[in-house]
Design a protein around this ligand. Structure first.
Ligand code: SF4
Length: 550
């Protein structure tokens, strides 16, 4: 049986898999378990600019002449991490990415991103051309439906065709002709989006949906491929025009691949904004694709701390017959104080009115014990409002907030402020489901409490409404599938930031009256049974005091 594929949603959790294997090797010295961690080309490449041709890259040039020597040299290395692969790749002048792939054929455990199995474009052809005795371990499986939707969707913009035509310069050609025809369809779609928006309320912008693929558009894209390929063949200089046309070619190919699978699990969305028109084939329900991927192996284990309700995840992950097992929390329940402020609504229409009580509740939590805290909000806009309100009313509490599109350095700088044993309280404002909402591991007293404002429902928008309609028609649970379940998943992930080890102690403060409703309570895990409802600040103060005194 094997190999085992340990599939992860994020790069950081690959280290957790490597650590788990290290523990196995330490406890079972007889166990010969060879593992390799596959890392994306961009991250593992040894060149300053990544150009994977024998002409441009010394690690690609003559690869096959040297790869045997490299594999032979690594034969006794049990754990091939990205760093180890780079080290051997450098030593033997071979590409580290390809070296990882070639090593995978001789490995018992292959650690890598979800897309090595589930993505129809980049899955590992060397394994998944047909079914095998594989075992799939899917880490943080609550991310799988969302990731799979992305893998099976595609988008194109009018600008990319228009710009490509402009870059080709003056004069007629079959390529320019084909680009113009595609551009014309976008113009028609823009008119339709404007007309349809004028006929109804325009709160979602100029957008409309089609339940079927556009045969005409796909036909024109197919017709475009031939002259585009010919042009790319004739023009190999990597200048601006070549880069733009090559990218366009890949995007068109990706679109046509999705168009081939387009059925009633998809919708086509057209959105117009200024001069831009965007077409997107959206996969609403990835379960059939995921079922096909799982059928390639012999067994699969999908795990996560937040797979509730199990029936929803089994359904969307394409494993409806799977056995669901809920393990008890490994941490003492008493280490987590769990309170809910039940006298406030943070629904969209009530947000302005909620700000004062949200700020007061967060301040009460922070003042109860000096330490580091995070407050999670359902959107940036609401977070910004609450941040401004909090700073004005509690200037003595040091506050920081998540910014839009933070890079790795900015994220690290944000988290670095959560120091052990702080002498001043710190409250970080963040967005639920955002970069700090999961995968953040602030152990000990680096984080002693989180405030969670609202049940995390995704913002109402045209796509979310499509999901709701689809799941209402197919499962009779539109609101649950499109809003409630994904929202509560974010809540549980955010709450999970507090207790990371058996020694950690901290507070989770839920702020919204919906948390008291049965439809939300039933989605809370068994170790949340001690949730205390609170309706005034004095009571919250007393409860927090008691919790920290215990
Ligand atoms: S072949 Fe490998 S080393 Fe060379 S540019 Fe591509 S990824 Fe980098």
């Amino acid at each position: 049986v094997g190999p085992i594929f340990y599939l992860t949603a994020r790069g950081t959790t690959r280290t957790a898999a490597e650590n788990a294997l290290a523990i196995l090797r330490d406890t079972e010295p007889e166990l010969h378990l060879r593992s390799v961690t596959l890392t994306a080309k961009d991250k593992i490449c040894l060149c300053e600019t990544r150009e994977c041709t024998p002409e441009a890259c010394p690690y690609a040039n003559g690869y096959y002449a040297r790869i045997k020597g490299a594999l032979w040299d690594m034969l006794d290395v049990p754990c091939l991490t990205a760093e180890t692969l780079q080290e051997y790749a450098e030593r033997h002048t071979v590409c580290p990415f390809e070296l990882g792939l070639d090593s995978s054929l001789w490995s018992d455990v292959i650690i890598g991103d979800y897309n090595y199995l589930f993505d129809p474009v980049v899955h590992l052809v060397r394994f998944f051309e047909s079914a095998g005795d594989y075992i799939f371990l899917v880490d943080e499986a609550h991310n799988l439906p969302g990731r799979a939707r992305e893998m099976h969707s595609a988008a194109l913009t009018k600008t990319s065709f228009y710009e490509a035509k402009k870059l080709l310069g003056k004069g007629k050609s079959s390529l320019k002709n084909a680009l113009t025809k595609v551009n014309d369809v976008f113009i028609e779609w823009r008119h339709r989006a404007e007309e349809e928006t004028a006929a109804r309320d325009g709160r979602f912008g100029k957008t409309f949906f089609l339940k079927e693929r556009s045969e005409e558009f796909d036909h024109l894209l197919n017709r475009l491929c031939e002259p585009l390929e010919a042009w790319l063949d004739d023009h190999r200089e990597p200048d601006e025009t070549h880069t733009a046309l090559l990218q366009l070619y890949f995007d068109v190919r990706a679109w046509l691949r999705v168009a081939d699978t387009f059925d009633d699990h998809f919708v086509l969305q057209i959105t117009a904004s200024g001069n831009e028109v965007r077409a997107a084939q959206l996969c609403l329900d990835p379960s059939a694709f995921l079922a096909d991927s799982f059928a390639l192996g012999r067994a699969a284990v999908l795990f996560s701390a937040t797979l509730a309700p199990a029936s929803y995840y089994k359904d969307l992950c394409g494993v409806p017959e799977a056995r669901a097992v809920a393990l008890r929390s490994p941490f003492p329940a008493g280490n987590q104080g769990l309170f809910c402020i039940g006298n406030v609504s943070t629904r969209y229409k009530d947000r302005d009115a909620s700000l004062a009580i949200v700020a007061e509740s967060l301040a009460t939590m922070v003042r109860a014990r000096c330490g580091n805290y995070l407050a999670f909000f359902p959107s940036y806009a609401y977070m910004e409002q609450a941040y401004a309100q909090f700073k004005e009313h509690c200037p003595e509490i040091n506050c920081i907030k998540q910014e839009n599109a933070m890079d790795e350095q900015q994220k690290a700088a944000f988290l670095a402020q959560f120091v052990p044993g702080p002498s001043q309280p710190l409250l970080g404002f963040a967005v639920m489901g955002g970069v700090f909402g999961e995968g953040v591991d602030l152990t000990g007293d680096r984080l002693i409490g989180v405030g969670i404002v609202g049940p995390g429902l995704p913002q109402v928008g045209p796509r979310q409404e499509q999901l709701r309609d689809y799941f209402e028609q197919t499962r009779g649970s539109g609101f649950d599938y499109a809003y409630r379940y994904p929202g509560m998943n974010k809540v549980l992930q955010a709450a999970g930031r507090v207790i990371r080890t058996p020694q950690d102690k901290g507070v989770v403060l839920l702020i919204d009256n919906r948390f008291a409703m049965p439809d939300y309570r039933r989605l809370m895990p068994p170790h949340w049974s001690h949730l205390k409802m609170i309706y005034d600040t004095e009571k919250l103060e007393r409860e927090l005091w008691r919790f920290w005194e215990e």
